[in-house]
Design a protein. Structure first.
Lengths: 336, 325
């Protein structure tokens, strides 16, 4: 087993506020291999964005308490001095964000913004950087890239802007691309295009991808490995087949059940009862227990560990394997 | 863009005509005014009616008001016997207004520009540094400074300054305007130093608060996060991405502030005895010199309206999202 590209060990990120300490990430451990795609699924407040912002070093260390390790190619990014971290950012790990309109600077041309990223890490001439940024725009299928490079972000459409962000992120051929909800702000048809683009580029550039989303449909087709997060922890992880055909944790069941299905008989959707927990006052025991229809005494006292189910599949739940298999067979899968 | 500029210039002309009409109305149509009252004022003590009539003819007040208004406006835009633009003649001074206006505008310009440089150099760095260290000791002191600067009235600050620096310690020479051409750099500078400072303090405080607020807001924007994620140095992120976005609105404010100042730094000019436009305005109003008041009002209106146009155009160059049709 080769050394993983990124290895996060027991990451904890909390933000002290006037109302209390917000535990955004509460003991997160995972790894990404080179060239692999990891899907990170969770609702707002699950810690999925904060954890990767911490990996990038974009969390303000003066206002956050960060513990644990983030090992990238063997180096702990959390203890790296800022100049060295600046070297890693952009060049080895790149990130694209949710809303491409506000993520690009409105006053500078798109081509210049891409060239800026290149020039920050490579000693080449401005002309060369400009040529490369046009080339990157071409590779993300933006028509007439030389004209487009000289335009401003507000002259691009939503999908095109996201493509430009992707072009900017990949311009230095990073080893890891973190995509934080890249399609949430786009309409459905454009979503598919963008995801296919990321797939294709991933193979071309041989980049590992961390795809963060709240949309289960998005991760299904595009990820080698998926982790489901809740209240700052991983509650289930596995391959796409594992999660979709054999989910082993009540939260995942809730997510599966709440997916609207084409041709379904019922008019109403089946949501997960209750609302996400306060990250300041996390429930004792399993963070999902207040909303879990199968919870029993132990669930409220002790948080379940993430235990392997089989192969790479793991889940954090106190229910016995027999109970879980039964529930899955009777209640969850019968819906499809 | 050109069509937009032309439209705005036409609007400028319209504004000037309306202001002239309003000023005329104030002087001739409101109670307390009227051609008779004005002529009487300039005719000396207890004048005989024939003398008042003579003065009226001399001042051109015998014609119907709308005719006076028309001829004044015509002269303004096409020039009169004293040159272009036709500002007419002052009745207290018995001199053409145009050279007086020119001279006084230049003096106020020196005052305003000097103060502007000062307040930009004081206010913006304080604001920017405060934004970069929010809630620090520096920030708190800076904001107290801003509050004080905004609150102190100009005449209080001027009086304190004169007392402390001129009367008590003789560090500065005193009031008055000393042209750089006639007296040289030192007198000109040392006489302007205190007026510049007094005038700039209010604006420096305001700009400190404004630039702090703008930069703080910009620091939280998404594109700042993107810039950092590209691996740029923090300095580049703040200067190239942050300052550029946060200082752009200040350009508009600055243009308008400068114009407003040009149109009348009345109190400062009075305290420090500087013969500028504001001072002229006060004197003309005091002596009811109709044409002088009208001219000063028009000059001020022109400066402000024109400055509005200039800042709008400049903003279009700075912010590519803004385009005029």
């Amino acid at each position: 087993m080769p050394e993983p590209l990124l290895e996060v060990k027991d990451l904890r990120v909390s933000f002290p506020t006037e109302d209390g300490v917000v535990k955004a990430v509460d003991g997160l451990s995972f790894s990404i291999q080179a060239g692999e795609t990891l899907g990170v699924v969770g609702e707002s407040g699950s810690g999925k964005s904060v954890s990767f912002l911490t990996v990038m070093g974009l969390i303000n260390r003066k206002s956050a308490i960060v513990e644990g390790q983030v090992l990238f190619q063997g180096q702990d990014l959390l203890t790296l001095p800022s100049e060295e971290l600046q070297e890693v950012r952009g060049r080895k790990i790149a990130m694209i964000f949710q809303d491409p309109m506000t993520s690009l600077h409105p006053f500078y041309r798109v081509g210049d913004q891409i060239a800026e990223a290149i020039l920050a890490h490579e000693k080449i001439s401005k002309k060369e950087a400009a040529d490369r940024s046009v080339e990157m725009l071409r590779r993300v299928n933006i028509p007439r890239p030389d004209e487009r490079a000289r335009q401003y972000p507000h002259e691009f459409s939503g999908g095109m802007r996201q493509r430009a962000m992707i072009a900017m992120a990949l311009s230095l051929n990073p080893d890891l691309l973190i995509a934080d909800e890249p399609t949430t702000a786009l309409d459905v048809t454009v979503q598919a295009q963008i995801l296919d683009l990321v797939d294709r580029l991933q193979t071309e550039f041989n980049t590992a991808v961390a795809l963060i989303t709240h949309d289960l449909g998005v991760v299904a087709e595009h990820c080698d490995h998926i982790q489901v997060m809740y209240a700052g922890r991983i509650v289930e992880e596995g391959t796409g087949d594992d999660i979709y055909y054999n989910p082993m944790m009540p939260y995942t069941w809730g997510l599966m059940r709440s997916i609207p299905r084409l041709g379904a008989e019922t008019a109403r959707l089946t949501p997960i009862m209750g609302s996400p927990p306060s990250l300041i006052h996390l429930p004792s025991g399993c963070a999902f227990s207040p909303r879990c229809p199968y919870a029993f005494d132990l669930c409220h006292e002790e948080a379940p560990a993430l235990l392997p189910v089989d192969g790479h599949h793991a889940a954090a739940c106190h229910l016995s394997m027999e109970d879980r298999n039964r529930i899955v067979a009777e209640e969850v899968l019968t819906q499809s | 863009m050109l069509r937009y500029i032309i439209r705005r210039l036409i609007w400028l002309v319209f504004v000037l005509v309306v202001i002239t009409a309003i000023t005329y109305s104030i002087f001739f149509l409101l109670p307390g005014g009227g051609t008779d009252t004005i002529a009487q004022r300039f005719a000396g003590r207890a004048p005989r009616p024939e003398l008042v009539q003579e003065v009226k003819i001399q001042m051109g007040l015998d014609k119907p008001i709308y005719m006076q208004f028309f001829s004044f406006t015509k002269n303004l835009f096409f020039g009169d016997q004293y040159g272009w633009p036709g500002f007419g003649k002052s009745f207290t001074l018995r001199l053409p207004m145009k050279p007086i206006l020119l001279e006084r505008t230049l003096v106020t310009l020196q005052l305003a520009l000097g103060a502007a440089v000062m307040w930009l150099c004081i206010g913006i760095p304080i604001g920017v540094l405060s934004a970069l260290r929010p809630r620090s000791l520096f920030d708190r002191f800076a904001m107290i400074f801003a509050l004080v600067g905004i609150s102190i009235p100009v005449f209080v600050l001027g009086a304190i300054g004169l007392y402390a620096l001129v009367y008590k310690t003789h560090l500065l020479p005193g009031t008055g305007y000393y042209s750089i051409f006639e007296y040289g750099f030192q007198p000109w500078f040392s006489h302007f130093l205190l007026p510049w400072f007094v005038l700039s303090l209010l604006y420096a405080a305001f700009y400190a608060r404004l630039s702090r607020a703008n930069l703080l807001e910009v620091m939280g924007e998404d594109y700042m996060r993107t810039a950092r994620s590209k691996g740029l140095t923090e300095r580049r992120v703040i200067v190239h991405h942050g300052l550029r976005a946060s200082m752009t609105p200040l350009v508009t404010v600055f243009g308008l502030d400068l114009a407003g100042l040009m149109a009348g730094a009345i109190i400062t000019e009075r305290i420090f005895n500087i013969p500028g436009i504001g001072d002229l305005a006060i004197k003309s109003i005091g002596s009811q010199d109709v044409y002088a008041i009208l001219d000063v009002t028009l000059v001020a209106a022109f400066i402000i309206t024109f400055a509005n146009l200039v800042v709008d155009i400049v903003y279009a160059f700075l912010d590519p999202r803004v385009r005029y049709e």
